[in-house]
Design a binder for this molecule. Structure first.
Ligand code: FE2
Length: 168
């Protein structure tokens, strides 16, 4: 990979649980469940543990559902994890990574899936680990690439956040 590792980048992560529900949709989950913020280390690396999320149906009761019905499309989103990655001097990146093997990768109802697919490597529970019940776990790796911000972009971002004075 070209470029330099970015230390102290902020990685903001949110995802549904293994049943496809975000914390804000599911009163059984504590507030902030499956949400986290991480800072890359001096080598630009980050790690965290989570559950493999499930795909979910988008709401189908309103106009969005009507449009999908008229188009003959299903309501499934492929399983994914949301990321927002930012660092000083770089254009922030907001994206979603999809889980390899999800049955809706090729037909995500928002046409969102491209090539950002997490390949999961399965591991059996290591001998000696006392976790009960013993379950296999998965590891994966994904490298984010941030684009350095130009002076023109920097000025445009500054102007977009310009202070608006209250009238009167
Ligand atoms: Fe989502």
């Amino acid at each position: 990979m070209d470029g330099e590792p970015i230390a102290n980048a902020l990685i903001d992560v949110w995802q549904p649980n293994s049943q496809g529900f975000y914390d804000i949709q599911d009163p059984s989950q504590p507030e902030g469940n499956f949400r986290g913020r991480f800072i890359t280390d001096s080598s630009g690396s980050y790690t965290f543990e989570t559950v493999v999320p499930s795909g979910y149906n988008v709401p189908a009761s309103g106009p969005c559902g009507e449009v999908l019905r008229l188009l003959g499309r299903h309501t499934w989103r492929a399983a994914h994890i949301h990321f927002k990655v930012s660092a000083n001097g770089y254009t922030p990146l907001t994206t979603q990574l999809y889980i390899e093997g999800d049955p809706h990768l090729d037909s995500d109802t928002t046409f969102a899936v491209r090539t950002a697919i997490l390949k999961l490597q399965k591991h059996e529970s290591p001998a000696g680990l006392d976790a009960q019940p013993r379950k296999p776990f998965y590891t994966t790796e994904f490298n984010f690439v941030l684009k350095p911000v130009t002076l023109t972009e920097h000025k445009a971002m500054a102007e977009s956040y310009a202070y608006v004075k209250e009238p009167g």
